[in-house]
Design a protein around this ligand. Structure first.
Ligand code: MG
Length: 390
């Protein structure tokens, strides 16, 4: 019986709590791999963190908010309480990066630099800082296993090739990412002039946190995932396609140059890609995500409506520009999604504002952390200025 030591950065969010579901379920089964939680980290959700830590007894907990650290330390005398989420990397074999947004970058960098496995749910760090993160993947022992369901699917499909998942697999003709289409699939821009936060948060197939759910409603999530796929697998943008698949059962596909397409199917349940990322290269027995064929009935595919959901093309544009353009777009989008959730921006304005900020992109190579952080903060400033003005 082997023991895998797991740390979770962002443990009280959607991916964090589902990771603990996977650990609980795996540890309840006789034999097989056991998961030991060595570290848990949060921004400021102290109460939820304390409850998790009392159950899983990690050696280290990270609390970013200084105002909550003392109460966490008092409640958890067995744990070392630190401020820095990247400190969770020590003592872990696998680090699940489930931090939301660009704030997840230090955990990505620290995990890969330490030569450990990164189970990456924080797509923004790879998208915004691709030129910084890529060289770290060559650190001996470092391994990046995507938790994002589409990329986890691609990772699995690529195992059908003798070349596997290393970048630039020469047998790949194209990557096909599936998109549910979100809650507004089939609607026109006129239909979507006045949508509420509640409507945008009502995702038809996936249960996720608010930021990614809004990104799904605009197709920005899929656009960011196109960039993420390019960064993960080094396939050119003109060979990465998006197809809308409302049932969310086919999670993505790889077409090889002999014409065969390999797809990965499971019910839409994030616990399946989480379990894959923890157990890789093995497959752990878990009770999640089995396809219910009778209930599924049919699988539909359609072309995305890029006139209504303009964020998808913006992401291709930023990806093709390279450098810090993806960082720029992703940062602007974070500002705009937050403004929409706070009622300061209309839903259709998210795409309009993202486009306006991207047009003001100031090119830089983004090969250092400082470059990427500067691009992120410049784009946020532009977005906030325009929000203030408008
Ligand atoms: Mg996804």
């Amino acid at each position: 019986m082997s023991v895998v030591r797991v740390a979770i950065a962002g443990s009280t969010g959607s991916i964090g709590t589902q990771t603990l579901d996977v650990v609980r379920a795996a540890n309840a089964l006789p034999g097989g791999t056991r998961y030991e939680i060595t570290g848990l980290g949060v921004g400021s959700s102290a109460d939820a963190l304390i409850a998790q830590a009392l159950e899983f007894r990690p050696a280290t907990v990270a609390v970013a908010d200084p105002a909550r650290r003392a109460e966490v330390a008092a409640a958890l005398p067995f744990a070392e309480v630190v401020s820095d989420m990247a400190s969770l990397v020590d003592g872990a074999d696998v680090v699940v990066n489930a931090v939301v947004g660009f704030a997840g970058l230090p955990v990505t960098i620290e995990t890969l630099s330490a030569g450990k496995r990164l189970a990456l749910a924080n797509k923004e760090s790879l998208i915004a800082a691709g030129p910084v993160v890529q060289p770290l993947r060559a650190t001996p022992g470092a391994e990046l296993v995507p938790v994002d369901s589409e990329h986890c699917a691609l990772h699995q499909c690529l195992r059908a090739s003798v070349h596997g998942d290393p970048p630039g697999n020469p047998e790949v003709a194209r990557l096909v990412l599936t998109a549910s289409g979100g809650p507004f699939r089939g609607r026109t821009m006129a239909d979507l002039a006045e949508v509420t936060v509640e409507q945008a948060l009502a995702h038809p197939t996936w249960s996720m946190g608010p930021k990614i759910t809004i990104d799904s409603s605009t197709l920005m999530n899929k656009g960011l995932e196109v960039i993420e796929a390019h960064e993960l697998f080094a396939i050119p943008y003109d060979r990465i396609e998006v197809v809308v698949h409302p049932q969310s059962v086919v999670h993505s596909m790889v077409e090889f140059h002999d014409g065969s397409t390999i797809a990965q199917l499971s019910m839409p349940d994030m616990r399946l890609p989480i379990a894959y990322s923890l157990a890789y290269p093995h497959r752990a027995a878990t009770p999640f995500g089995r396809v219910d064929w009778a209930r599924t009935g049919r699988l539909d595919f359609e072309v995305p409506d890029t006139a209504t959901f303009r964020c998808l093309d913006l992401a291709y544009q930023a990806g093709r520009s390279g450098g810090t353009a993806p960082a720029w777009l992703s940062a602007a989008n974070e500002v705009h999604v937050e403004a929409f959730l706070d009622g300061r921006l209309r839903w259709r304005e998210i795409a309009e504002r993202n486009e306006a900020v991207l047009q003001r992109y100031e090119p830089s190579a983004g090969t250092t952390v400082a470059d990427v952080v500067a691009a992120d903060s410049q784009a946020r400033s532009r977005a906030l200025e325009m929000l203030g003005a408008g």
